[in-house]
Design a protein around this ligand. Sequence first.
Ligand code: S3P
Length: 456
Amino acid sequence: MGDRAVAVVTKATRGLQGELTVPGDKSISHRSVMFGAMANGTTSIRGFLPGDDCLSTIDCFRKMGVEVQQTDDTVHVRGTGLDGLKEPNEVLDVGNSGTTIRLMLGVLTGRPFHATVAGDASIAKRPMARVTEPLKELGASIEGRDHGNLTPLSIRGGGLTAIHYTSPVASAQVKSAVLLAGLQARGTTTVTEPEATRDHTERMLEAFGVKVTRNEKTVSIEGGQSLEACDIDVPGDISSAAFFLVAASIVEGSDVILKKVGLNPTRAGIIDVLSEMGAQLEIENEKTTGGERSGDIRLRSGKLAPTTIGGSLIPRLIDEIPVLAVLATQLDGTTVIRDAEELKVKETNRIDTVVRELSKLGADIEATEDGMVIHGPSQLSGGAVDSHGDHRIGMALAIAGLVADGEVEIAGSEAIAVSYPRFFEDLRRLQGRKSEGALLTSDKFWSDGRSSPNLT
Ligand code: S3P
């Protein structure tokens, strides 16, 4: 393991104020590179998220012969067309990124060459059978530990026949992997899911000129269609905005505007929950580009009421649950999160890590089979916690630090760069503090701007 950073977050002494543009959406950034690579022509991606996960996607496609250039926040992908992707002569390393590995396996399923895919220690524990099983049904040959469930995986694709896959899990990664393989199969491939999941793949394929048929929880794609390059404008990531939405909700005197945040209805569950809790939330300047809705979200602090979060709402806010748990610790009453077993197979087991780490700060929180129950309000205390290498756990703990008495020391805070490299700078900005430098890769980093004694 590389150097571990420790971020120290101190209690907010006044409300968060001001405007912020959060970084580009992670799901959309990944797809724009992959689809750009598979397309004919050059795709320009504005607002691309330069987080570690999306950089892994760029790296993997470069290893298949795709030229990618980065200038500021714009990425240009010179597509090779599906048939132009080349057999990689190195392992395709996805780092920490589940989206990279699962969607890329869908692409590789149709390619008549060999590839080996692997990632970090977290990826090595995450279930891949959810994609390798249907992809084998389409015709790919895939081998790996635990009968093709665990990385490293080796794959040889090509010669595919369409399937109708009924997925047992509500997962956009599974749906997308099967659709990307189906695009390269003979016949029409259909995926039916138990609950509707994020539909960025469907919307972006349409933007690239591919016809996709949709009916509630079922999506179909006809094989043999080609992708034509287009320009993509990536909206801000609502999953990143979520940390500041919660921060502004619980730090008294806050009034923040988060600009141009993605508001795709399959992702915007947190807006529904905050509104139901009674948040003072307004959406302005709504617009739709490339099939994706975005807008500015204004949120002012105020008293919120607890609720139960479950059912079809879960896939619409699955990545926001760690920070919603932090919010729940500050509400007067009981918040229940249920139907969220999928949390167990994220970057960490997020039921375990959220419960364990928030308990260290004095939260009244217990794990259940499919979620958690949180009793509030709790006056959180300072303490030493750990991200466990999970970016969203690291950021959720930082937000907890804003309302804790005493310093919250977050070990493994470097993981935050997976989805939000400038997180602490943006947090400081909303706190009206001078921003200095990026997240350090080792040593201590204080959210209130003190520099580490070890650096002087
Ligand atoms: C993602 C889908 C979700 C989400 C992940 C990104 C995507 O995972 O948790 O952060 O971009 O398709 P699942 O498909 O496993 O639910």
